[in-house]
Design a protein around this ligand. Structure first.
Ligand SMILES: Nc1ncnc2c1ncn2[C@@H]1O[C@H](COP(=O)(O)OP(=O)(O)O)[C@@H](O)[C@H]1O
Ligand SMILES: [Mg+2]
Length: 158
C-alpha cells in the first residue's frame, strides 16, 4: 500500500522529515526519487535535524556520499545524480557501512539500479500545480532478505 501526503511548502517537507525520522530510528534503506528540485534533499535535512544534527546539510552531489554519526544511528546520504555508471557504486563499499543501526538515504536510486541494497522504504516526490509537493511512500514487503525466507506482503503497509 502507498501512503500519500500533500506538502504545501518547504516547512511541511521538513516537518514530514521529522515524522519519518521517528519511523526510521532503527535504520533502513530509503530510496528518494523525483525530479531535480522536488524536495529530496529538503526531506533529508528534516530527517537529520530530527536526529539532532544541527550543522549544514550539504548536497553530496560531487562526493556521492555524506555520512553523519549521530546518537545511536549512522546516516549516509547518497546522491547518485552524477553517477556515470552503476558499477561506480561498488567503490563506495556500501556493504561495509552496515555496522550497527544504519540508515541509507539515497537520492536518484534509479541511477544505481542493480548495485544498491534493496529499499526498505520507497519515497517519491513530485511537484503540484499549486506549487507544493506530493509525497508518496511505499514499503516493499519481504524482498530484501537474501536467504529467500522473506515473505512478500503485498498490500500491507508499515
Ligand atoms: N513542499 C514543498 N513545497 C514547495 N517547495 C518546496 C517544498 N519542499 C521543498 N521545497 C523547495 O524545493 C526546492 C528544491 O529542494 P531540494 O530539496 O534541493 O530538491 P532535490 O533534492 O529534490 O533536487 C528548495 O528550494 C525547497 O525549498
Ligand atoms: Mg537533492
Amino acid at each position: 500500500m502507498t501512503e500519500t501526503h500533500h506538502l504545501a511548502d518547504e516547512a511541511e517537507t521538513l516537518a514530514f522529515g521529522q515524522v519519518l525520522a521517528g519511523r526510521l530510528e532503527q535504520g533502513g534503506v530509503v530510496y528518494l526519487s523525483g525530479d531535480l528540485g522536488a524536495g529530496k534533499t529538503t526531506l533529508v535535512r528534516g530527517i537529520l535535524r530530527a536526529f539532532g544534527f544541527t550543522g549544514r546539510v550539504k548536497s553530496p552531489s560531487y562526493g556521492l556520499i555524506e555520512s553523519y554519526e549521530l546518537d545511536g544511528l549512522t546516516v549516509h546520504h547518497l546522491d547518485l545524480y552524477r553517477l556515470g555508471h552503476g558499477e561506480e557504486i561498488e567503490y563506495l563499499g556500501l556493504e561495509d557501512l552496515f555496522h550497527g543501526p544504519t540508515l541509507l538515504l539515497i537520492e536518484w536510486p534509479e541511477k544505481g539500479q542493480g548495485y544498491l541494497p534493496a529499499a526498505t522504504t520507497v519515497i517519491h516526490l513530485a511537484d503540484r500545480v499549486d506549487g507544493g509537493r506530493v509525497l508518496s511512500l511505499a514499503k516493499p514487503g519481504g524482498e530484501r532478505r537474501e536467504d529467500g525466507k522473506g515473505k512478500r506482503e503485498k498490500g500491507k503497509s508499515l
